[in-house]
Design a protein around this ligand. Structure first.
Ligand SMILES: [Zn+2]
Ligand SMILES: [Zn+2]
Length: 171
């Protein structure tokens, strides 16, 4: 959704939805949105700095990285970003600032499109290794059963147990 900065008097509350079609599948996106992404963002302007804050909620279907079953995840995120005008930024400092402060963005002119920010907020918060539950017991590497549904008596392979622990640690 496009907003015009010149139309902000005090605070502009922008309520909207982003169509699921906007979230195209790529190799990195192993999820399907079940409903449009909803947001209700308060846009405020102080001097040249624009703040955008508010909840972004979505519901997605993901595949558990342990048991491979699909599960639904609903998330309510709190978006909070600041934008400064690009023109005030010295060219040389631009690259550095991008790396240093991830929550500061830039705008040009009078219009800001909120969609890319909402998009990024969602993409950044989709779990890289989704789990249907923290206690998910996964698939038995020996017999291939989903151990959440049907426990088996296979001896736990020490290496895979370690691997699993490492993975959750890295998460
Ligand atoms: Zn699972
Ligand atoms: Zn087994």
């Amino acid at each position: 959704m496009l907003i015009r900065l010149s139309e902000i008097e005090d605070v502009l509350v922008v309520k909207g939805e982003m169509d699921t079609a906007r979230f195209q599948k790529t190799d990195d996106t192993q999820f399907t949105l079940l409903a449009p992404v909803r947001y209700e963002l308060a846009v405020t302007k102080f001097d040249d700095t624009v703040s955008i804050e508010g909840p972004v909620t979505f519901e997605a279907s993901l595949s558990c990285s342990r048991c491979l079953e699909d599960f639904d995840l609903s998330m309510s995120l709190q978006m909070a970003i600041k934008l400064t005008p690009k023109s005030t930024l010295p060219e040389a400092a631009e690259m550095e600032l991008h790396n240093d402060d991830l929550d500061v963005y830039y705008y040009e002119g009078d219009e800001i499109d909120l969609d890319p920010f909402v998009y990024e907020e969602v993409m950044l918060n989709i779990p890289v290794r989704p789990l249907c539950s923290e206690e998910c017991r996964g698939i038995c590497p020996t017999c291939g059963r989903n151990r959440n549904i049907e426990p088996c008596d296979c001896p736990e392979a020490p290496s895979s147990l370690l691997g699993e622990k490492l993975k959750s640690f890295l998460n």
